[in-house]
Design a protein around this ligand. Structure first.
Ligand code: PMV
Length: 289
């Protein structure tokens, strides 16, 4: 029996623009997903297509048990975390000797297959390696770790990443002279933010600008706007949509002593808050039990 866990992720900067080769910054966060795999000739039927694909692609049979505090379908990378943790646990239980690179690569392939081609390698890379990652095209670079106090607000409004990506693509076809400069500006904000990662006030301002640009792309939602304004009013340095938008989650950067206040203000609107910070470990072996 082998148990491995993997963290969730947030996009700090650059979502949507990364689809067009601009830089983006994502970060591994708590909470984690944990997966136990046990050799078994009579495997329990996997509940998730991601897990089924992990077993099919490695050609082994086993039973699997998942514990997760990460809400699914909210843009916090739960499918990537489940896939990476399952591959790591399979490799451990069956002695396949996968490296982290191999796990990240296989996890991305599985996401692409299950999501029918619509998966960037961001989630699988970030959950496998942990840390803060700068993504530009195919290149990924881990940035120095920072102690960022984040509060996530989940609107509980369901959304589809594929639809939002499509929405931006259609806008770009219709009015490239407007949409392209917005994507360009998001890239510029991201690069500015990379230089300010250890300065919470300028970093918060970059988040606010990035949020406005995402709104201009048309991936906002009234509930997201409400939570962003709520977080700022409760003392956040800055706040923005995180991930595809149209629902899902926002993220706020907070002074340490304002985290609970921001989280409470988000919860008071009927949304769900998560107080979180950086996870630097990525996939990790856990004690069985
Ligand atoms: O909501 P998420 O975490 O799936 O984020 C999507 C981010 C996009 O840039 C919109 C798409 C992508 O694949 O990078």
């Amino acid at each position: 029996m082998a148990t491995w866990s993997a963290p969730g992720k947030v996009f700090l900067f650059g979502e949507h623009a990364v689809v067009y080769g601009k830089p983006g910054v994502a970060m591994a966060i708590r909470p984690r997903v944990s997966v136990t795999v046990r050799k078994s000739r009579n495997p329990s039927h996997a509940r998730s297509p991601y897990i089924e694909e992990c077993f099919r692609s490695t050609g082994v049979q086993g039973s699997v048990y998942i514990r997760s505090q990460l809400p699914s379908s909210s843009g916090l990378g739960s499918s990537a975390a489940v896939t990476a943790a399952t591959l790591a646990a399979i490799s451990d239980e069956f002695g396949l000797g996968f490296s982290r690179d191999e796990i990240a690569r296989r996890a991305h392939e599985i996401e692409r297959k299950v999501q029918k081609g619509r998966a960037s390698p961001t989630d699988t890379y970030v959950t496998t390696f942990g840390g803060i990652v700068l993504i530009t095209g195919d290149s990924k670079r881990r940035l120095p770790p920072q102690n960022l106090n984040l509060v996530i607000g989940n609107t509980l409004v369901s959304h589809s990443t594929a639809k939002m990506v499509e929405h931006v693509a259609r806008g770009r076809e219709r009015t490239p002279e407007i949409v392209d400069p917005i994507l360009e500006a998001i890239g510029a904000v991201t690069m500015r933010a990379v230089k300010s990662l250890n300065k919470p006030q300028p970093l918060g301002r970059c988040m606010d600008i990035n949020h406005a640009l995402l709104d201009a792309l048309g991936v906002g939602h009234p509930e997201l706007s409400k939570l962003v304004l709520t977080a700022r009013a409760a003392g956040a340095f800055g706040a923005k949509i995180t991930g595809a938008g149209g629902g899902g989650c926002m993220v706020a950067l907070c002074p340490k002593n304002a985290k609970s206040r921001v989280a409470g203000a988000i919860d008071a609107t009927g949304a769900r808050s998560i107080i979180t910070t950086l996870d630097t470990e990525g996939i990790r072996r856990e004690k069985n039990g």
